[in-house]
Ligand binder design. Structure first.
Ligand code: KG4
Ligand code: ZN
Length: 343
């Protein structure tokens, strides 16, 4: 099967072409084109929906064109079109959904609407140089950590998926971005905090690990944001060492909570794999903290995180999700749903 994926839920405009083996056990990427309006949002410290939507309109056709060209496929080769229909910014989502509907009608190809949140997990099923077919074993615990979401799910198989808990306030990526903004860093601040943290002293500043030890699988990062703000306000100017120490403290606090809660869930549900997804899962220290803790506590559990380029928003993951959750829709009736959650 050959699928065209389209992703426009936020500030990335992306199209990808994937091909699957006959039994769907192996997904290969033929192209994955991503255009972002991130630079336009860097100065404002967050995404302006109107600007994001206008950029989606400008880039959607050239991006799809380029994805087809790079894959050396044309519209006749495509078996179905997979498109993100939620959650996300309504103006951005509509661009992808309406484009996919138009292509579906003109090309006479079926359309598969995909929940963006599932897309982040299915990035793990795309073949990489190290791994030709995914070795993920069920049951699995999935942790999605992005700018908009922090959720733990239990996947018994591709059809049996249940939500265990999520953030009560800010998402993990949002916490990185908001604290980064207080430190004077441009949006999105996660990657910059990761770089700064490398030079930070882990014992210099201690920040709280909110609701880490409660019984739920929920998260809360707004208290951490307030504690970080107090730490930042202690200094009239942030010198290089203090900046690095604060970055290290933030990253350690967020990583500790994410890893602890995910391992609690993995033990409780006796799973065989843990899979990560979302922009924050690109963080190397977070990945290493997972690997180290798993080795010490539950060494039999397998750990998966997508290649970095597939952690942040992209269309390849949307096409991959459509392979395992192929719910076809009527092209005329499909509509974007900005509030979509786990279904
Ligand atoms: O998944 P994503 O591209 O968009 C959403 O669906 O939200 O995630 C973007 C988020 C931003 O908050 C960004 O700061 C964070 O992912 N992020 C990181 C890193 N790379 C991206 N956070 C920490 N460390 C990173 N290396
Ligand atoms: Zn995302």
């Amino acid at each position: 099967m050959i699928l065209l994926g389209i992703e426009t839920s936020c500030d990335e405009t992306s199209a990808a072409v994937i091909t699957t083996s006959s039994d769907n056990s192996c997904i290969q990427l033929l192209s994955n084109v991503i255009s972002t309006s991130m630079n336009l949002h860097a100065k404002t410290g967050g995404i302006i929906p109107e600007i994001a939507a206008r950029n989606q309109i400008q880039y959607i056709i050239p991006v799809i064109d380029e994805a087809l060209r790079m894959s050396k496929k044309n519209s006749n080769d495509i078996d179905a079109i997979a498109v993100t229909y939620g959650p996300g910014l309504i103006g951005s989502l509509l661009v992808g959904v309406e484009t996919a509907k138009s292509l579906s009608l003109v090309w006479k190809k079926p359309i598969i609407p995909v929940n963006h949140l599932f897309g982040h997990f299915y990035a793990n099923w795309i073949a990489t140089q190290d791994m030709l077919a995914s070795q993920i074993q069920f049951p699995a615990i999935g942790l999605i950590v992005s700018g908009g979401h922090t959720d733990l799910i239990l996947m018994k198989n591709h059809k049996d998926i249940s939500w265990l808990g999520g953030t009560r306030d800010d998402a993990a990526g949002e916490a990185f971005d908001k604290i980064g903004r207080m430190m004077g860093l441009a949006y999105p601040a996660g990657p910059a905090i990761e770089q700064l943290a490398k030079r930070g002293n882990p014992n210099a500043i201690k920040l709280p690990r909110p609701i880490m030890y409660d019984k739920s699988y929920d998260f809360s990062f707004s208290g951490l944001k307030t504690a970080a703000m107090r730490e930042i306000q202690k200094h009239q100017t942030l010198d290089e060492t203090t900046t690095a120490n604060i970055a290290r403290a933030i990253q350690d606090a967020i990583s500790d909570v994410l890893v602890y809660k995910t391992l609690q869930a993995a033990q409780r549900y006796n799973v065989k794999s843990i899979i990560l997804g979302g922009g924050v899962s690109a963080n190397q220290t977070l990945r290493q903290t997972f690997i180290d803790n798993l080795k010490n506590k539950i060494p039999d559990v397998l750990f998966f995180a997508p290649p970095k380029i597939l952690c942040t928003d992209n269309a390849a993951m949307i096409a991959a999700a459509a392979v395992y959750r192929p719910e076809y829709a009527n092209s005329l009736e499909l509509t974007a749903n900005p509030e979509l959650y786990f279904d």
